[in-house]
Design a protein around this ligand. Structure first.
Ligand code: PGA
Length: 253
């Protein structure tokens, strides 16, 4: 059975000390409130805090993910962080193709495909983001956009490789805006994505793929969103910076 996943994307927030406090607060709360056994929590801190997170996660309260990875194996790429480095820090997951990377750093579906390949070579599970911008939603193009992102970014994989993928549907108009997709809007696209996967890889692979929702998910709307049959959790930005909010979201299953 596929996992329910709640992943916290801290983005470019928190000093080292603040990060340390956030993690220990999350762990305190998890000691008092046990997560459902099928729920997996993932923390995706900025690169400099990955080791601190993996040290804490030895207690197995959560897994650790990165927010990005280089699209080259190694060498003269100043400022980049490779999949091999992440693997050597025991990073289990990595976000790829977040809309902020696509918008501000020019990432394309082809970049996403290369990053996914490198991560899989290093036993790191990609959390691959897709989602339309407001203009595309208003023009009714959300299905075409998501189909292109998934097809061009992921459908070169073998079924076995695809089994390592987590998808995050994040309508760009809902990210950091306080505007959440309705549960119906989320379910509609999630079902569409699962169907695309089933057409390409078969029903079993599709049924085993966790598809997360992202975009202003918070404790007050998580239950309603996660109650949908094809919504298997969330990729949480703003609300993952507060221990209580984040743990409350993870407890919404
Ligand atoms: P948000 O961000 O929860 O702050 O809207 C979600 C994301 O960008 O992953």
């Amino acid at each position: 059975m596929r996992k329910n996943i709640v992943a916290g994307n801290w983005k470019m927030n928190k000093t080292f000390e603040e990060a340390d406090t956030l993690i220990s607060d999350i762990m305190d709360l998890l000691e008092k409130n046990e997560l459902d056994r099928n729920t997996l929590m993932i923390l995706c801190p900025p690169f400099p805090y990955i080791e601190m997170c993996t040290d804490y996660s030895n207690d197995s309260y959560f897994m650790v993910g990165a927010q990005n990875v280089a699209d080259q194996e190694r060498g003269a790429y100043t400022g980049e962080v490779s999949a091999e480095m992440l693997q050597s820090l025991e990073t289990s997951y990595c976000i790829v193709g977040h809309s902020e990377r696509r918008q501000y750093y020019g990432e394309t579906d082809q970049t996403v495909a290369r990053k996914v390949d490198l991560l899989l070579q290093h036993d790191i599970r990609p959390i691959v983001c897709c989602g339309e911008v407001l203009d595309e939603r208003e023009a009714g193009k959300q299905f075409d956009v998501v189909k292109r992102q998934i097809t061009d970014g992921l459908f070169h994989l073998t079924p076995e490789q695809f089994g390592q993928i987590v998808i995050a549907y994040e309508p760009v108009w809902a990210i950091g805006t306080g505007k959440t997709a309705t549960p119906q809007q989320a379910q509609e696209i999630h079902a569409f994505i699962r169907n695309l996967i089933a057409e390409k890889y078969g029903k079993q692979v599709a049924d085993e793929t966790s598809i997360l929702y992202g975009g202003s998910c918070k404790p007050s709307n998580a239950k309603e969103l996660f109650a949908n049959p094809d919504v298997d959790g969330g990729l949480i930005g703003g609300a993952s910076l507060q221990a209580k909010d984040f743990v409350d979201i993870a407890l919404a299953f």
